[in-house]
Write a protein that binds this ligand. Structure first.
Ligand code: NCD
Ligand code: ZN
Length: 343
C-alpha cells in the first residue's frame, strides 16, 4: 500500500462557526491539522480581543480528547476598529491577524469595511505593530462582474496598499485568478496567499454546466480553467508565498439548496485527501509538505509542527452529509485517506 508521511499541516484559513455546527466540524480539522487560522466572521463578528478569547475557549472545549489542536485567532476589521485595538491585539499571544472583509463581499461581511482607504490609519498601525492583515480580495460593487471582482480588488486596492505600507504583512486569501497569482509572485516577500482545494480542483463549469450545483458555490466564485491552471502551478511550485488555507465553510444544506443559496464549500472532512489528489495528479506530491506544513507557519512566524500525519492510498466514499452539512464532492470517492494514530 502506498503511504506518504508529512509534518502535521496547518490550515491557514478556516471557518468553524459556533454552537452545534462547531462541534460537528472541528473534529474533522483537528484530526488532520495541528493549528488553524480561525476566521472571525461570526454573527456578530469577532472584533475585540475579549470576544476572540471567549470564542477560543469554546473551540478548545470542542476539541476531541487526546487530540492536540491550536486555534489561531483573528479579529474582524471594521470602520470602528481603533489604532489602540490594533496595538492591543498585536501584543496578545493568541491573536494572529486582522481580517479585512469589504462590506457586502461575502458571507457575514455586512459589518466589513465600505471604504478601504478610510481604514489606512489602521493598516499603518498594523504595519507598525507587525501584525498581518488578511484580505478577502474582492470588490463588492454590484456593478462589477462577479468574475472580475478579484482583479478589480488588485487594481483598485491592493496595489496601492502594498505601495503605501511596504512593511505590512498581507495574506491575499483564497486566490482564484491568474492575475492574483502574478500579483503575489511579483510582490515583496511579505505578501503571501492561501489556495483552497476547490479552486485547485474545479473550474466554473463544475458549478454551472449541466445544472447549477449550489455546493460548489463559494466566494470568490470558481473561475475559468486557465485560472485553475495558474493556481495549480503556484501551489505545486514550491514558492513559499503560496500556502494551504481550505476556506472550509460549513452551511446548513437548506441554506445552500435555496433560491438564494449562500456561499461556502465544506472541505474540512477530507482536506488533506483533496489536496493530496491535486498534488498527485500534478506529479508534485513532493511539494505538498512545504505548501501544507511549512510555508504558512513561516509566514506567521510560528514554529513548524513536529508531529506527523500519514496519507494512505486508499479509496473511500465521501458520506452524503455530516449532520446538516453537505460535503464538497458529496457521494464521490477520494483516492487518499489520512490515518492518524490520535484518532
Ligand atoms: C465564507 C463563509 O461562508 O464564511 N464563504 C465563502 O464562500 N468562502 C466566507 C469567505 O471566506 O468568503
Ligand atoms: Zn473564508
Amino acid at each position: 500500500m502506498k503511504t506518504f508521511t508529512l509534518t502535521r499541516p496547518d490550515d491557514c484559513h478556516l471557518h468553524i462557526r459556533t454552537g452545534a455546527l462547531l462541534k460537528t466540524v472541528l473534529p474533522h480539522t483537528a484530526r488532520q491539522f495541528a493549528r488553524a487560522i480561525i476566521m472571525p466572521n461570526l454573527k456578530p463578528p469577532v472584533t475585540t480581543v475579549a470576544q476572540a478569547l471567549v470564542y477560543r475557549e469554546e473551540i478548545l472545549q470542542a476539541i476531541p480528547a487526546n487530540v492536540s489542536f491550536e486555534p489561531l485567532m483573528t479579529l474582524y476589521l471594521t470602520a470602528s476598529t481603533t489604532v489602540d485595538d490594533i496595538a492591543q491585539a498585536a501584543q496578545h499571544p493568541h491573536i494572529h491577524a486582522f481580517k479585512l472583509y469589504p462590506a457586502g463581499a461575502t458571507t457575514n461581511s455586512d459589518a466589513g469595511v465600505a471604504d478601504v482607504k478610510a481604514v489606512y490609519p489602521l493598516f499603518e498601525a498594523m504595519e507598525k505593530h507587525d501584525i498581518p492583515l488578511l484580505v478577502h480580495g474582492e470588490v463588492a460593487q454590484s456593478e462589477c462582474d462577479i468574475f472580475d471582482r478579484e482583479k478589480a480588488f488588485i487594481d483598485e486596492c491592493l496595489l496601492d496598499m502594498t505601495r503605501r505600507f511596504p512593511q505590512l504583512r498581507i495574506v491575499f486569501e483564497h486566490v482564484t485568478t491568474q492575475e492574483a497569482v502574478q500579483f503575489v509572485e511579483e510582490a515583496s516577500h511579505l505578501i503571501g496567499a492561501t489556495i483552497t482545494p476547490q479552486h485547485l480542483l474545479f473550474n466554473r463549469n463544475t458549478l454551472l454546466a449541466g445544472g447549477i450545483k449550489p455546493h460548489y458555490y463559494c466566494l470568490p466564485i470558481l473561475k475559468r480553467e486557465k485560472h485553475r491552471q495558474a493556481l495549480l502551478n503556484a501551489a505545486t511550485s514550491g514558492n513559499a508565498k503560496f500556502f494551504l488555507g481550505t476556506d472550509s465553510a460549513p452551511h446548513l444544506s437548506h441554506l445552500k439548496e435555496n433560491a438564494c443559496g449562500c456561499a461556502g464549500c465544506y472541505s474540512a472532512f477530507g482536506a488533506m485527501e483533496l489536496y493530496a489528489q491535486v498534488f498527485e495528479e500534478a506529479n508534485a506530491l513532493d511539494k505538498l509538505e512545504g505548501f501544507a506544513s511549512f510555508f504558512g507557519a513561516d509566514f506567521y512566524r510560528l514554529p513548524r509542527n513536529t508531529g506527523k500525519i500519514t496519507l494512505e492510498k486508499q479509496t473511500w466514499t465521501i458520506p452524503d452529509r455530516y449532520d446538516e452539512i453537505i460535503p464538497l464532492k458529496t457521494g464521490e470517492t477520494l483516492a487518499w485517506k489520512v490515518t492518524n494514530p490520535l484518532f
